[in-house]
Design a protein around this ligand. Structure first.
Ligand SMILES: Cc1cc2nc3c(=O)[nH]c(=O)nc-3n(C[C@H](O)[C@H](O)[C@H](O)COP(=O)(O)O)c2cc1C
Length: 359
């Protein structure tokens, strides 16, 4: 019997955060969770992925279990969200499982060890790793800064400087950089994404900073910069072709960003289920119920992106066929998170195998 199936009955009754920590602990065991890594190489802008499946942001926020993730046989991982300074997140209760729906509700709100220790761990991993695991660093402005939006006239300058600082600290270890302005769990964060001018005020300057770092390091081309999008508009309603275009089309202008990760967790689905004790902070729902929103969002983005932009699909992959459906909708690569909570650490490699077979 696979070791995870043996452990799962003991993990399942535990509180969700504790189960997550135990899951991390089991990943430290020297086990090849997914069998031999599925080989389905994909190369984009000089970045070579051994296969098309990765682990979504939020699973390894602090680069704590990268060797275990490499042993899962995936092609890549999004580490983070990484903040400049440590942050403890929102008060509990802030995470629970909905096994009947194979979903997870969370309003963690960026628990982070902060830039320095995370960069140090990434350096250590890079020195030792021989797996070729691609690393995307997922970054965001600090919740303390986001909180001052609307009060502090220099707020955007500070958010911009924080993103630049994260890029400087992580650049040497990052194959890709992802900006996350779509987490529902830091009040005011998504407003940055929907608000006017965020491309000019935040994304373009970050791209310029990354370009300067690449030039100084003698790297050919710019380290790709992606933007992570939510599954819904500012009111928590699923995207329509018009609402997603208003958000993503400016980012598809030449020089803006190099691609998208779609989608983050859903406020709308969390609200429908009244899962949060605080109506001001409804949290986000992930897992199987998110799948239709993720597939629809990826389809719409595939229509409006520039041809050379990368599209990573994520949301509701609960069976290997779901990964294939996201790929068919237009995603070049697919990420998994909640599905792994229910199906174990061998699940992402099963998805990668299904994608390799689907061609
Ligand atoms: C507990 C938890 C924490 C998460 N934390 C982050 C995060 O820090 N940054 C981020 O960009 N996305 C985060 N996400 C969102 C996931 O990366 C992903 O977009 C979402 O869960 C949908 O995929 P899934 O249905 O396969 O879980 C988190 C998700 C969960 C369930």
């Amino acid at each position: 019997m696979p070791i995870y199936e043996w452990l799962f009955p003991f993990i399942r009754p535990l509180p969700t955060e504790l189960a997550h920590q135990l899951g991390h602990w089991t990943l430290r065991l020297p086990v090849s969770w997914g069998g031999s890594p599925p080989q389905d190489p994909f190369t984009w802008k000089g970045v070579r992925f051994r296969n098309r499946v990765g682990i979504a942001a939020g699973f390894d926020k602090n680069a704590a279990v990268l060797p275990g993730i490499a042993r899962m046989g995936v092609g890549f991982v999004e580490v983070g969200t990484i903040l400049t300074e440590p942050w403890g997140g929102n008060p509990k209760p802030r995470m629970s499982r909905l096994p009947g729906e194979r979903a997870v509700w969370n309003r963690l709100g960026f628990t982070s060890d902060g830039l320095e220790p995370v960069a140090e761990r990434l350096r250590g991993f890079r020195e030792r790793d021989r797996s070729g695991l691609v690393i995307a660093c997922n970054i965001a402005p600090h919740p303390r800064t986001v909180k001052t939006a609307g009060e502090d006239p220099n707020f955007l300058d500070r958010a911009r400087e924080e993103l630049a600082c994260l890029a400087r600290g992580l650049h040497a270890e990052a194959d890709l950089i992802v900006v996350n302005l779509s987490s529902p769990n830091t009040r005011g964060l998504r407003d940055l994404l929907y608000g006017p001018g965020f491309r000019d005020e935040l994304i373009e300057p970050l791209g310029e900073e990354i370009g300067a770092l690449d030039a100084a390091a003698g790297r050919a081309g710019r380290t790709p910069l992606l933007v992570k999008l939510p599954p819904e508009d500012a009111d928590g309603k699923p995207w329509t072709p018009d609402s997603i275009a208003a958000c993503a089309e400016p980012l598809s202008a030449p020089g803006a960003c190099d691609g998208f990760v779609a989608v983050n967790t859903s406020i709308g689905l969390a609200r429908d289920r009244s899962l949060s004790p605080d109506p001001q902070l409804p949290g986000g729902l992930s897992g199987a119920p998110l799948r239709p929103l993720a597939v629809a969002g990826v389809k719409m983005l595939a229509e409006l992106r520039r041809e050379d932009q990368l599209l990573i699909g994520v949301g509701g992959v609960d069976r290997p066929e779901d990964a294939v459906a996201l790929h068919r909708a237009g995603a070049d690569l697919v990420e998994v998170y909640t599905g792994m909570i229910y199906h174990g650490p061998g699940f992402p490699a099963d998805c990668a195998r299904a994608l390799a077979e689907a061609g």
